[in-house]
Write a protein that binds this ligand. Structure first.
Ligand SMILES: Cc1cc2nc3c(=O)[nH]c(=O)nc-3n(C[C@H](O)[C@H](O)[C@H](O)COP(=O)(O)OP(=O)(O)OC[C@H]3O[C@@H](n4cnc5c(N)ncnc54)[C@H](O)[C@@H]3O)c2cc1C
Ligand code: FES
Length: 214
């Protein structure tokens, strides 16, 4: 979670972002401007003070020997940079990236040196149908492996539909709105497969797709 000091009382809550990569000295995030908070973050200048708390919650499963398919929709590509960097056997990874804005707006090209990869742009309804079809093909190919998905909710729903059809193991990273990030405010809850509400910030954001409602 990050919250610039300059927000003052006007924007009370911090905003959650995936950690793209981190070392002892720096933290890299990819941030898409969608509203007030992210617009104000985009205006920050070098030297401005920002409160950061985390890492929070869990991450995607890492199974070094398992062929693993990463499905990224738009800015949902963010968590996969760190995933690829830290994975011990990146030759087992494939990244599928569906996007609307030009590919150069994302970090895609900096992430593909060590993994198999494929991207598809969506500019019209036919493109969307082609993306959905390709997701079906890929998910069937990886049905005995591990599939990870991060992107808009309809994108994750499509992935889940195919995963259920093919009996594939799929994890989704939910992007619910968040307040505290630590399980206290209940601002982020979703329903699990037992019809119970769970906090996405502390029980997720990554869930097995068949254990959570999307
Ligand atoms: C675990 C997690 C990881 C995330 N990682 C990233 C990341 O790496 N990069 C990134 O750019 N964004 C990421 N997001 C989404 C990001 O947190 C939101 O886009 C951000 O909080 C919006 O803040 P805002 O004040 O600009 O928008 P607001 O002014 O609060 O809202 C503006 C518009 O954006 C929509 N919106 C707000 N929050 C979300 C959300 N969580 N998901 C989808 N739409 C939203 C609102 O419905 C509204 O239409 C992540 C979210 C979560 C929960
Ligand atoms: S963000 Fe407050 S409980 Fe999850």
């Amino acid at each position: 979670m990050i919250r610039p000091a300059s927000w003052g009382p006007e924007l009370v809550w911090g905003r959650p972002f995936s950690i793209c990569s981190a070392d002892g000295k720096s933290l890299t995030l990819f941030i898409q401007k969608v509203g007030r908070g992210t617009s104000r973050i985009a205006e920050l200048e070098k030297g401005d003070s920002v409160t950061v708390w985390g890492p929070l919650g869990n991450g995607f499963a890492v199974e070094p020997e398992t062929p693993t398919l990463m499905l990224a929709g738009g800015i949902g590509i963010a968590p996969f940079r760190g995933y690829i960097e830290q994975h011990p056997t990146s030759e087992n990874l494939k990244l599928f990236f569906a996007h609307r804005m030009p590919r150069a707006c994302y970090s895609y090209d900096s992430m593909t040196a060590t993994v198999r990869h494929q991207s598809m742009v969506e500019q019209n309804p036919d493109d969307l149908q082609a993306i959905i079809k390709e997701m079906g093909v890929l998910i069937e190919q990886y049905k005995d492996g591990l599939i990870l998905c991060c992107g808009p909710t309809p994108f994750m729903r499509t992935a889940r539909k195919f995963a259920l059809e093919h009996g594939a193991r799929l994890q989704v990273s939910l992007e619910n709105h968040m307040g505290c990030g630590v399980g206290a405010c209940l601002g982020c809850v979703c329903k699990n497969d037992k019809d119970k509400y769970v906090q996405v910030c502390t029980n997720g954001p990554v869930f097995w797709a068949d254990k959570v409602e999307l």
